[in-house]
Every structure is written in structure tokens, then in C-alpha cells.
Design a protein. Structure first.
Ligand code: GDP
Length: 444
């Protein structure tokens, strides 16, 4: 998971100070020293760290903290606020042109995730904001890039404008704008060419496209895994093109976090989106406060709820509630539930959003559980329709057949049956409790 090392270190550091009834200057000094080391180790820009630590120190020894009743917690509040501010404070939203179409130019080095992000962004605009984007293939140097965008367009059932590899990118952009106006597309997202390094030919071409289409946004796509390199790339692109925002990709990977924490401070341009995986729905608006919360182990319950809202069908949720009440929950329902949870992304990432979860023993191995989920799925899929509805039918020969069909063992099948039984019992308790009867135990 991204930020893991930084999160662990910062959380250990602040834990020492949280419970303190009194915080001395010495305590603050020690804490800021550790915060400084943790940030440097996470590859945050040196100057950024220096400024940040200075501000934290000033505030932490100031009245705000020293005279408060809970100085320990107050210090953490300061750290969180400063981290949030460092990443841009408020969430930075996408522009909307007064007169459509809104034009977004995607720029960045090769391999950063530009083309993928173009598709993800189009998907996001349609899904969240009900927009109809036109995708434009301006990377004429890499034939594969045009194909890649066309494939994404097919997957999304969205139009892609291309003129092959012979045309001039500036002309392509111009013609695409005409088509968008004719077809009433309200967003135009232009995928431009990338290079391995920042070079003047590329910049010149991008400047020409910019002058022609007058974009409302220029999003620089950078790979978070490249750390300070990503920040340097952002600085160069910003100097030349005056970008309007950054999309940080591969934040699902094992990045130390330096880029996410330094980009705004170095370029004064906000991170607007974060790529959290290769799939088209794995793009998230970047919320500085929630990110700071996640880094400090305070969880990110808001993002979790939003994820659930977009992935869980309300009608299905209601039907499920009814089934729980009437005790008619079956293995089919169980399978459906699992599908919905899976839609929300890797378990490991979900765990990171739950306050304190990263400190719970065992949860660090959440990835392993995904394998188990696949087994559970295979077992249920090997049951007959009747068996799924009525587990009491299960006998030794049926279990053997199911184990064979799912490539698991009879003991794994037994374990699942037992878990299912326990889950039903728990549901019974919950519904009893809701009815006002006092159920025994509860769930903790
Ligand atoms: P481009 O050369 O900048 O257009 O880069 P591509 O869009 O072709 O992406 C390069 C690689 O990065 C592809 O394999 C993508 O699937 C992958 N990629 C893009 N964004 C993400 C992300 O947010 N997370 C992960 N894990 N992979 C990503």
C-alpha cells in the first residue's frame, strides 16, 4: 500500500505524544525531529520538509497547543492540518467551461499512465457528472497509443477521434474540436504524445496544441512511484505549459508518498486526481484532508462511504435487509454481496480507510484473504441451485462433489458452511435486537 512506511512512522511518533497531559518544548522538538526524518525517508522534497516542520514546530509550541486541555491531541491536529495544507488544503475540482465543450489536455511522459487516465477521466465524468466526453488521439508517434485509446473508447462505448499517424497533432486537435461542437460533446479530452524525457520538440508541440484548443485544464499525469523525479517532471511541464493540475497515478503501488506530498508545494499546482489501479474505475478525486487522515492512521471513512455508495446498489441493499429480517438469506445472496465488496477494490485499500485498521494485527495480511474469497466463490459456484438455497441438504457426498468441482478440499467446504451458519445466527441476533428483544452477546 502507498504511504505504508510513512504512515507507520508518523503514527508511532504521534502516539507517543497523544496521551500526554502536558507537552513540553522538548517533546515537540523530539516529535518534529521524527516527523522530519519520516518525511525525508518517504522521499518528500527537502525544502518542503524544512518549511513544513518549521510551521508545525511554531504552532505546536504556541498558545493553541500549550494552553489547550488536551495538548497531545492538539499537536496531532496541527500535524494533520499542516499535511492537508501541504497537499493543497481544499479538494480541487475540475473546471467547467462557460460554453461547452470543456477542453482537457492530458500531458506527461511515456508510461506515466496518460492514455489510461484519459479513459478513466472520461469514465469518471460520465459516471459521476453525467457528461459525454469525446476522446482525442493526438499521440501520432506511437501507433499503439491510438489503438489503446480506441480500445478504451470501445470498452466505455465512447467516441474516439483519430486521424491515424500521418496527420499533424495540432490539426487533429482542431478537427476534434469541430466534431465535438457538432456532436454536442460537453468535454473533449486530448491524449497527447509522451516522451521518455522532457524534450523541447515535445514541449513545442504541446504549446501549439494549447494555443489552438485553448484548454480549460491541462492535466499533467505523473507516476507516483517515481518519487522526486515526478516532482521534477511536474516543475518542467509547469514552467513550459503552465499546467492546471496533476494526476498522480499508481498510488495503489508501493510508493513512499514523496510525490503526493511535494507536488503542490513545489509547483503550486494541485493534485486533482489519484490513479488507484489499472482498471477504468480506479481513479479518485484527490482530497488532501482525507489523504492526511489516511497517512496519520485516522482512516478515511468518507471515501469508504462514497465508494460503497457508488458500488452498492440501493435496491439490492434494501432487498438484502429484507432477507436478513426474514432469515431467507442464501448462498446466492452471499455471492452477490461478495461481488459488491470486490467492486470496491482491493481489500487492502479498503482497510486503509478504516481508522486504526492498519494497526490491527492480522489485517496486514488482508491480501491473503482475497485468495480465500476466490475459493469461497468457487465453492458456492460449484453448488447446485437447491444447495445454495438450503445448506441443510449438504451431506458427505455432496460436499465431496463440491470440493472437487471447486478445486478445494472438503474441510474448506465445511469451513464455509460453518461460517455461513454463524453468519445467519448473527443476523438472527441482530434482527432480534432490532425488534427490541435483548439478544445475547452482540458483535465486536
Ligand atoms: P502512457 O504512456 O502515459 O499513455 O501510459 P499508459 O496509459 O499506457 O500506462 C502505462 C502503464 O501504467 C499501463 O500498464 C497502465 O495499465 C498502468 N497504469 C496507469 N495508471 C495506473 C494506476 O493508477 N495504477 C496502476 N497500478 N497502474 C497504472
Amino acid at each position: 500500500m502507498a504511504f505504508e512506511g510513512l504512515a507507520d512512522r508518523l503514527q508511532d511518533t504521534i502516539k507517543k505524544i497523544t496521551g500526554k497531559g502536558k507537552v513540553s518544548e522538548q517533546d515537540v522538538k523530539e516529535m518534529t525531529r521524527e516527523v522530519r526524518l519520516a518525511l525525508l525517508e518517504a522521499d518528500v522534497n527537502f525544502k518542503v520538509v524544512k518549511d513544513l516542520v518549521k510551521r508545525i514546530k511554531e504552532r505546536a509550541v504556541g498558545q493553541e497547543v500549550m494552553e489547550s486541555l488536551t495538548p497531545g491531541q492538539q499537536v496531532i491536529k496541527v500535524v494533520k492540518e499542516e499535511l492537508t495544507e501541504l497537499m493543497g488544503g481544499e479538494q480541487s475540482k475540475i473546471a467547467v467551461a462557460d460554453r461547452p465543450p470543456t477542453v482537457i489536455m492530458m500531458v506527461g511522459l511515456q508510461g506515466a499512465g496518460k492514455t489510461t487516465t484519459t479513459g478513466k477521466l472520461a469514465n469518471h465524468l460520465r459516471k459521476k457528472h453525467n457528461r459525454s466526453p469525446l476522446l482525442v488521439a493526438c499521440d501520432v508517434y506511437r501507433p499503439a497509443a491510438i489503438n489503446q485509446l480506441e480500445t478504451l473508447g470501445e470498452q466505455l462505448s465512447m467516441p474516439v477521434f483519430s486521424m491515424g499517424t500521418e496527420a499533424n497533432p495540432v490539426d487533429i486537435a482542431k478537427k476534434a474540436m469541430e466534431q465535438a461542437k457538432e456532436e454536442h460533446n460537453d468535454y473533449v479530452i486530448i491524449d497527447t504524445a509522451g516522451r521518455l524525457h522532457v524534450d523541447s520538440d515535445l514541449m513545442e508541440e504541446l504549446e501549439q496544441i494549447k494555443a489552438t484548443v485553448k484548454p480549460d485544464e491541462i492535466f499533467l499525469v505523473v507516476d507516483a512511484m517515481t518519487g522526486q523525479d515526478a516532482v521534477n517532471v511536474a516543475e518542467s511541464f509547469n514552467e513550459q505549459l503552465d499546467i492546471s493540475g496533476v494526476v498522480l497515478t499508481k498510488l495503489d503501488g508501493d510508493t513512499r508518498g514523496g510525490a503526493a506530498l511535494s507536488i503542490k508545494a513545489v509547483t503550486d499546482k494541485p493534485v486533482k486526481f489519484a490513479g488507484m489501479g489499472e482498471k477504468l474505475d480506479q481513479l479518485e478525486p484527490f482530497h488532501p484532508e482525507r489523504m492526511a487522515s489516511r497517512i496519520l492512521g485516522m482512516g478515511d471513512v468518507l471515501s469508504l462511504i462514497e465508494k460503497a455508495q457508488t458500488n452498492v446498489d440501493e435496491k439490492q441493499a434494501k432487498a438484502l435487509e429484507e432477507k436478513m429480517r426474514t432469515m431467507s438469506f442464501t448462498f446466492d445472496d452471499f455471492l452477490e454481496q461478495m461481488g459488491q465488496v470486490k467492486n470496491m477494490g482491493p481489500l487492502e485499500d479498503l482497510m486503509a480507510m478504516i481508522p486504526g485498521a492498519n494497526k490491527m494485527k492480522g489485517l496486514k495480511n488482508a491480501q491473503l484473504d482475497e485468495k480465500q474469497l476466490a475459493h469461497v466463490e468457487a465453492i458456492i459456484q460449484s453448488m447446485t441451485k437447491k444447495e445454495r438455497q438450503d445448506p441443510s441438504l449438504m451431506n458427505a457426498s455432496r460436499k465431496k462433489r463440491i470440493a472437487k468441482g471447486s478445486g478445494t478440499s472438503v474441510s474448506q467446504v465445511n469451513r464455509l458452511l460453518k461460517q455461513f451458519d454463524e453468519m445467519k445466527k448473527m443476523m438472527k441476533q441482530m434482527t432480534n435486537m432490532q425488534k427490541g428483544k435483548k439478544g445475547k452477546g452482540g458483535f465486536n
